[in-house]
Design a protein around this ligand. Structure first.
Ligand code: HEM
Length: 231
């Protein structure tokens, strides 16, 4: 019997990466990884913002330190931009995927996902994305801030949030972010197959508590300016 050598059909490394990404698991992994990067960033950013309660000098010095350390500033910006692109692109393709898998909408109301955070993921994500664009134009470049002072976040926050509609828009946006993060963290644990009678309820509580802390921490700044606590 003659045996002919099998043609080399093994995919190249690049092809394997492409195949993995096309796969749902790969997409969920990309979504979770970029989500974790955002989660870490927002915790650090919230902690930085809370320095406003320690006075003008403290938060303005912190901004001066960040802007005086270009490697840290630009390193963070580049990682965030990459994570943002991956998260938005993958989020939209995952939404298309689940819509294609369920071409007929649920007929019975009770069959819809019972959790409001889960049902509004795409909407909350899009609103938070739009908020981030506005936020950068407001407090980073000052383009839409009438009294912007470069490198003076204390002044920019106080002047900015003295406009009540702006302060309310921030509170609404960070509340939606909380909802988005809560469901994002929770579904990440589920995609990773973390399911255990003892740990699953703990993880759910962790997702709830960390999201509430973020909403309260971020909202405390506009609220403090609106109530005159910080001026
Ligand atoms: C009430 C809520 C928030 C307040 C008071 C706030 C405050 C600020 C301030 C003062 C700056 C300018 C810092 C500086 O240039 O020195 C800034 C920048 C920024 N914020 Fe926020 N922020 C809030 C919510 C958020 C949220 C929810 C996100 C993301 C999900 C976010 C993402 C960013 C980013 C990416 C920058 C640009 C940082 C850079 O210049 O590289 N912020 N924020």
């Amino acid at each position: 019997m003659s045996s002919t050598a099998a043609p080399s059909t093994l995919p190249s490394r690049a092809q394997r990466v492409a195949l993995f990404y096309r796969d749902l698991v790969g997409k969920k992994f990309a979504m979770a990884l970029s989500g974790v990067i955002f989660f870490g960033y927002v915790i650090g950013h919230m902690a930085g913002n809370l320095q406003i309660f320690m006075g003008r000098q403290k938060i303005n010095d912190y901004a001066a330190f960040l802007h005086g350390t270009p490697s840290l500033l630009w390193g963070t910006r580049i990682v965030l931009l990459l994570a943002f692109i991956v998260h938005v692109y993958t989020g939209i393709t995952l939404a298309q995927h689940s819509r294609a898998a369920r071409p007929v909408r649920y007929q019975v109301k009770g069959q819809r996902h019972p959790n409001v955070a889960a049902r509004t993921m795409l909407l909350s994500g899009l609103v938070v994305g739009a908020f981030i664009v506005y936020h950068l134009l407001h407090l980073t470049t000052g383009t839409v801030h009438p009294d912007f002072v470069p490198l003076a976040p204390y002044e920019n926050l106080v002047n900015g949030f003295q406009q009540t509609p702006v302060a309310i828009a921030y509170i609404v946006a960070v509340s939606l972010l909380g909802l988005h993060l809560y469901h994002g963290a929770w579904s990440m644990f589920q995609s990773m197959g973390v399911s255990h009678p003892r740990y699953t309820p703990v993880l759910r509580k962790l997702a709830v508590v960390s999201s509430i802390l973020l909403v309260v921490g971020f909202s405390s700044v506009p609220l403090a300016v609106m109530t005159g606590l910080v001026r």
